[in-house]
Ligand binder design. Structure first.
Ligand SMILES: C[S@@+](CC[C@H](N)C(=O)[O-])C[C@H]1O[C@@H](n2cnc3c(N)ncnc32)[C@H](O)[C@@H]1O
Length: 229
């Protein structure tokens, strides 16, 4: 079964935050990645599949001025807007399936906790990554958190794709360089544990990508250049 707008709208209209496994009072790992990126307050940040996560609340409290939250479910975003009240006006809310998203601006920081892993097919993953490559500024940072191979096999009744540090890094090897990965045991509102892998990647400069790609085809001539990068 593939994730759909109707599925997610129904979840967000029928369940409270304490009734869904992914709820976090404090999205600490995500905030650590944001803070480690040393962004200025005008940096453009997008939370993919942000749902009604409180990440946006903390980013606003930190003084970030250019925040977007994208989700397939309008109901999810309405919940977040209602919670934030007037502060919601400072956020750019985008209702879209990420695989249909056509960014109209570029971003310094892309965050995704527990949305990417719902993309099961090669075609969906390819679209997501192609959008991320186009949407990110050079040196912009993409942080993705998914269930690990020690985590659940399903979420919200839907199949998900589990990742390891290696498999997630392999997905992003075209156009991104890995910065750091961490494992997190998320405690659900029902006191169960879900094992996540979070990795951050830097959008490669086009020239670096060109040289790395070329080195794959001409490994001897380019080895020296590569070692200098
Ligand atoms: C498990 S929830 C995680 C929500 C939030 N990121 C968090 O950490 O609390 C997954 C979210 O991804 C959204 N989602 C699922 N598939 C999506 C897609 N194809 N495009 C955009 N959002 C999607 C869902 O509506 C839901 O809000």
């Amino acid at each position: 079964m593939q994730p759909s707008k109707n599925h997610w709208d129904k979840i967000y209209t029928t369940k409270e935050p304490n009734e869904v496994s992914w709820t976090q009072e404090l999205p600490k790992t995500s905030l650590d990645f944001v803070h480690n990126a040393k962004l200025n307050k005008q940096a453009s940040i997008i939370d993919i599949g942000g749902g009604d996560s409180k990440l946006v609340d903390y980013l606003l409290d930190d003084g970030f001025e250019n925040i977007s939250v994208l989700d397939i479910s309008a109901e999810a975003l309405n919940k977040a807007k209602n919670r934030l009240g007037q502060k919601a006006d400072k956020v750019n809310w985008i209702v879209s399936d990420i695989t249909d998203f056509k960014p109209t601006k570029t971003y310094d920081f892309w965050h995704d906790r527990a949305a990417f892993h719902f993309l099961i097919s090669e075609a969906q993953i390819t679209k997501y990554l192609s959008t991320a490559r186009k949407a990110m500024k050079e040196n912009g940072i993409v942080t993705i958190g998914t269930f690990s191979t020690d985590g659940p096999k399903k979420c919200s009744g839907l199949d998900i794709k589990q990742y390891t540090e290696e498999t997630l890094s392999t997905e992003l090897q075209n156009g991104f360089e890995k910065i750091k990965c961490v494992i997190e045991d998320h405690t659900t509102p029902f006191n169960t544990s879900q094992n996540f892998i979070f990795c951050s990647f830097k959008r490669m400069k086009k020239i670096t990508k060109f040289i790395k790609d070329a080195a794959q085809y001409y490994p001897y001539g380019f080895r020296h250049i590569l070692s200098c990068l």
